[in-house]
Design a protein around this ligand. Structure first.
Ligand code: CA
Length: 223
């Protein structure tokens, strides 16, 4: 899951980015609406955290512009303001949720994960495919009720595939959403990590559709 964090308060942005990275998320942080605008049009993200008071315009201004341009990913607004009218303005501009400063990082995480899950059409926090389960809050993976230990990168891959399932995910999409921009992998790296996942989950859990991509299956679907 890749997060675009737009916040001009540097200490706050750094603390939040660190906490999100510790939770296994990929984070790119910018301090202006203009930089966010550029990245949203050139890169792929799963969710945006948007501060309302930015040096180059109100967050609402940027957000309503993005919505008009068809940028439809979930946006969590950070507001220092307690007034109801400010929250209403955020929602009118196209926000999906908000957190009022000062906030608990854990609350931001809960809300982010719920937004991403909902954007993929999942209501329940535990994603299940057959007897394979991924808890979006704890990151824990179980197979037939038994815990499976994954590396951070394996966990990111599986989380993305399970959010998308039963849809097929292309390699390009995986490389955009599951790897940092400065370490975008060649397809060999993705293949190697998919094989490691297969070794841990069972060889028939992740289907490779030749020349197209990958999808997670219930164990018996692929037979
Ligand atoms: Ca600010």
């Amino acid at each position: 899951m890749k997060v675009l964090l737009v916040e001009d308060d540097q200490p706050l942005a750094e603390a939040l980015a660190d906490a999100l990275k510790d939770a296994g998320l990929l984070v790119e942080a910018v301090t202006t609406g203009g930089d966010a605008d550029f990245l949203l049009k050139t890169e792929r993200y799963d969710v945006v955290i948007l501060d309302m008071g930015l040096p180059d315009g109100n967050g609402n201004h940027w957000l309503s512009q993005w919505r008009e341009e068809g940028i439809d990913l979930p946006v969590l607004v950070l507001t220092a303001r307690e007034r109801w009218s400010d929250k209403a303005a955020g929602f009118s501009a196209g926000a999906d949720d908000y957190v009022t400063k000062p906030f608990e990082t854990a609350e931001v995480l809960f809300r982010l994960r719920a937004l991403v899950r909902r954007s993929h059409g999942h209501a329940h926090p535990v994603l299940t495919i057959g007897d394979l389960a991924f808890d979006t809050h704890t990151g824990q993976v179980t197979l037939a009720g038994l815990p499976v230990t994954l590396t951070t990168q394996e966990s990111r891959l599986l989380a993305y595939l399970m959010h998308a399932a039963p849809r097929l995910v292309t390699r390009v999409e995986l490389s955009e959403h599951v790897y940092d921009r400065d370490q975008e992998p060649d397809s060999n790296v993705i293949d190697v990590q998919i094989s490691r996942l297969r070794r841990k989950l069972g060889s028939d859990r992740i289907e490779t559709v030749r020349g197209q991509g990958y999808r997670v299956l219930e164990a018996d679907q692929s037979r």
